[in-house]
Structures are given as structure tokens and as C-alpha cells.
Design a protein around this ligand. Structure first.
Ligand code: DGL
Length: 260
């Protein structure tokens, strides 16, 4: 099927997921919405997150997307059940990679850094409970991190101060796995590697979401069959596009402002 895969996030973070999808499915067209005007979603109520997810979904459907990747843990954990119930198109969501972390930990202590919206959702709690019997999960809200990433302040002093503040209590408890439960956070990996001891593994869900996207498209019979040309990619932001552009780097795609 020649229609694009739609992807949305509260902002620029979901591009970390787009990169994995693009790597695995290079012939698919994609259309990405960065709802940066409304970031961070993680500090909003469930009702507000559902409304924003509806707005993004309807825009992607109006642009003929054949499937939608909710490239945001906060929107997935708060809104994907509603979206699946109310729209016919297949949805692929992202949740914190608690299960792989629980399988890998040797100390039996796993840290998770995610937004308040994700950590307070019942979907996250149910998944975590299912996979972490006998394991201690240390939850940490990453308040402020998304806003700094949205303003392009990856390397700032404020970022380092916040990360140190969030990592210290988890390290004191001897975690050996840190789950990145927000799609913005993979952009913090270089900084996290400076701050974490070598034995702490950083785990995110990006690759798993790309594999799941491929599986769903195959199962639905909507995987692109023409493999002679590479896919085309359109990114839209509803604030200025510089940060989005910067995180994507050079490539064959369009990055534009759109009022949504
Ligand atoms: N990328 C979103 C996530 O994965 C960030 C949420 C936010 O905007 O607070 O949770």
C-alpha cells in the first residue's frame, strides 16, 4: 500500500522512533507530527492527553495515513485504548521496556525514567506488575527533561544538573538497568553514558516498536510492496522547526511548520 505511516509525538522525541522505523522499513513513506506547541504531555491530565491524541490522529487520517505509530509513551499509556476503540486504522504504541530490563538485571534493581503521565497511568502499572515479580523497580519522573530537549538544550548545565539529581537515588539503590520510558530520552544517551557507571545498561523500546510496526503492516497486508525507491518523509512541527531539523540531521526529507 502506497499511503504513508503516520507518526506523532508531543514533540521532537518521537524522531528517535522514526529513525528505527526508517532503518527497518526504508521503502515506506512517513508523515511525522511534532506537537511541540503542547509539550510536555507528561504534565497534563489523562483527558487532555486523549484530546491531543485525537487531534493528531485525525490530522494524520486526513492525510491518508494507513497506520499510526503513537511515538510517545505518555500518549500510548493514556490514550491508545481510546484511539483503538474509536478509529479503524491500526495503531502501534510504545511502552517502557520494563520486561527486557527485568530479564537482564543481575542486581534485581531496575531504574525507570519516564514522565509523570506515564508513571501514573494504569497501563504502565499493569505491564510493570506483570513482568517484575521479585524485582525492585525504582521509578523516577523526568520533570523538566522534555522541555530542555524541546528547546535544544541537550548539552546544557541545567540538563546535567537534572540528570544527576534523577540518577543519584537510583544508583544509590544499585540499579544495573536504566529504562528510558520516554521517546525524547534516547537523545540523552551520550550524556547518560558520561554520568552512569559502565555496568549500568541503558534500555529503550525504539527497535522493538519498529519491529512491531513491520509485523502489524505485514499482518494487515499494508506493507509497501514497491521496493525500487526509498520512502519519502514529511515532518511537521507546530512551533519553529529548528530543533526538529537539528535532531534529524541531513537527509532526504521535508521539515515544515504546520498550524495544528
Ligand atoms: N515523548 C514523550 C513520551 O514518550 C514525551 C512526553 C511529554 O511530552 O511529556 O512520553
Amino acid at each position: 500500500m502506497e499511503h504513508p505511516i503516520g507518526i506523532f509525538d508531543s514533540g521532537v522525541g518521537g524522531t528517535s522512533i522514526w529513525k528505527e522505523i526508517h532503518r527497518l522499513l526504508p521503502h515506506e513513506d512517513t508523515l511525522y507530527l511534532a506537537d511541540s506547541k503542547n509539550a510536555p504531555y507528561g504534565e497534563k491530565s489523562m483527558e487532555a492527553i486523549v484530546q491531543l491524541s485525537i487531534k493528531n490522529t485525525e490530522l494524520l487520517l486526513n492525510k491518508n495515513c494507513k497506520a499510526i505509530v503513537v511515538a510517545c509513551n505518555t500518549a500510548t499509556t493514556n490514550a491508545i485504548a481510546y484511539l483503538r476503540k474509536n478509529y479503524k486504522v491500526p495503531f502501534i504504541g510504545i511502552e517502557p521496556a520494563i520486561k527486557p530490563a527485568a530479564l537482564r538485571t543481575k542486581t534485581g534493581k531496575v531504574g525507570i525514567l519516564a514522565t509523570k503521565g506515564t508513571l501514573s497511568s494504569s497501563l504502565f502499572h499493569n505491564t510493570a506488575k506483570l513482568h517484575t515479580a521479585g524485582i525492585t523497580v525504582l521509578e523516577q519522573e523526568g520533570t523538566g527533561l522534555v522541555s530542555l530537549i524541546e528547546s535544544g538544550k541537550l548539552q546544557s548545565k541545567e540538563m546535567e544538573t537534572l540528570l544527576r539529581q534523577y540518577l543519584t537515588p537510583m544508583l544509590a539503590e544499585d540499579i544495573d538497568c536504566l529504562v528510558l520510558g520516554c521517546t525524547h530520552y534516547p537523545y540523552l544517551v551520550p550524556k547518560l553514558k558520561e554520568l552512569l557507571p559502565h555496568h549500568v545498561q541503558i534500555i529503550d523500546s525504539g527497535e522493538a516498536v519498529a519491529r512491531q510496526t513491520k509485523n502489524v503492516l505485514e499482518k494487515e497486508g499494508i506493507l509497501r510492496t514497491t521496493t525500487t525507491a526509498l520512502g519519502k518523509h514529511q515532518f511537521y512541527s507546530n512551533t519553529n522547526v529548528e530543533v526538529l531539523d537539528g535532531l534529524l540531521g541531513k537527509g532526504n526529507y521535508a521539515v515544515d511548520y504546520l498550524n495544528f
